[in-house]
Write a protein that binds this ligand. Structure first.
Ligand code: MRU
Length: 351
């Protein structure tokens, strides 16, 4: 029986259920959101997280807003949706999937001007569901492309969580690992715990355990050690935003891994759906890097671990320059350097 891992469900009663990822691995708590504001709170507090999942949640938030608006006409509904979109966009700035999904929902709403608001709301629910389903399909496709890059037998290091829970289903970086495993390859995963909020230790470990894929949990600062010992055959991560030249933003710590992999001649791959590409940016210098509450650093699992009053930095993402990226795995195929050409070509060829 294939394992079903999912973090976002649209219910027929017109609510969205989110698996609260802040409670993992100890408790599986599902939160029911009835308003866009409740979804926005879940995004800001990392209850729902991972670039594609944030986009999907935002799409459902706009569908909820449309259903709840009680607008008299389409002009009123569109204005309401634009205000809701601005509120959602302010939650987390780095993952471009959020802006991508919000823009797609607004465009769909604008195309429905001729309808009454109730009929338009029903079609917006359908659009959000399509975004979720297409994301899962994209993951499955990119996973099939990506698994071919992994050896028949070997070990892969991953960072943060780019699994089923971070997406519409199946996962990006973890999806590639899962596809290789399903293909019969003998893969061992090294899982970075991913400080400060431990998406690796809490969520990736939880997913891999359910999938039955063998792994070893390590602290982030062990990665270089295992690379030097020849224990890592590939580094495989997700992405939150990829610029036209292949520079990519991903969870803080990704840059260090990429440089270490480069120094040890280990391939460094990023797996992401094309909704994570932002070709409007020529390079990564303009990607906004989210700064989060320093308490995520001075506290661990609710306990203060540093003296009171210390100053702490907390950038949630970092930028990996394209020269360290061996290949970018998408649902439209695998891009290799020079990315200015290969990424654009991938989009053009299949559109
Ligand atoms: O802060 P998070 O947990 O949302 O960060 C998630 C990541 O950095 C993931 O690697 C990325 O979003 C890709 S998820 C498929």
């Amino acid at each position: 029986m294939p394992v079903e891992l999912r973090s976002i469900v649209w219910e027929e009663d017109g609510t969205v259920r989110l698996l609260d990822q802040t409670c993992l691995p100890h408790r599986e708590v599902w939160r029911t959101c009835r308003t866009a504001e409740e979804v926005a709170e879940c995004i800001a507090r990392l209850r729902v997280r991972g670039a594609p999942a944030i986009g999907i949640a935002a799409a459902y938030a706009l569908a909820l807003a449309a259903r709840n608006a009680g607008s008299r006409d389409m002009q009123e509904l569109l204005e309401h949706l634009e205000r809701t979109a601005a509120m959602l966009l302010a939650t987390r700035p780095t993952a471009v999937n959020l802006a991508w999904a919000v823009e797609r929902m607004l465009n769909r709403a604008r195309s429905l001007r001729a309808l009454d608001p109730e009929a338009a709301a029903a079609l917006l629910v359908r659009e959000a569901r399509a975004i979720a389903a297409e994301d899962e399909e994209a993951n499955r496709r990119l996973a099939r492309f990506g698994q071919a890059l992994l050896p028949q037998q070997g070990s892969v290091l991953t960072h943060c969580n780019a699994g089923a829970l971070a997406t519409g289903g199946y996962g990006t970086a973890l999806g590639v690992i899962r596809a290789a495993w399903e293909e019969g390859k003998t893969i061992h995963v090294y899982v970075d715990e991913t400080r400060p909020v431990l998406q690796g230790a809490r969520i990736t470990a939880w997913e891999l355990q359910r999938l039955g894929i063998p792994f070893t949990l390590i602290t982030d600062n062990m990665a270089g050690h295992f690379m030097r010992l020849g224990r890592i055959d590939a580094v495989l991560v997700g992405a939150d935003r990829i610029a036209a030249n292949g520079d990519l933003a991903n969870k803080i710590g990704t840059y260090s891994l990429a440089v270490l992999a480069f120094a040890h001649h280990i391939p460094f791959y990023s797996a992401a759906p094309t909704s994570t590409l932002d070709l409007s940016l020529p390079d990564g210098s303009q990607i906004p890097i989210e700064e989060r509450d320093p308490e995520e650093v001075t506290y661990l699992a609710g306990r203060r671990i540093a003296p009171r009053g210390v100053q702490a930095a907390n950038p949630a993402f970092d930028l990996t320059p394209h020269r360290y990226v061996t290949a970018i795995i998408t649902e439209r195929g695998i891009a290799r350097p020079p990315y200015d050409e290969s990424l654009r070509k991938l989009l053009e060829e299949s559109s």
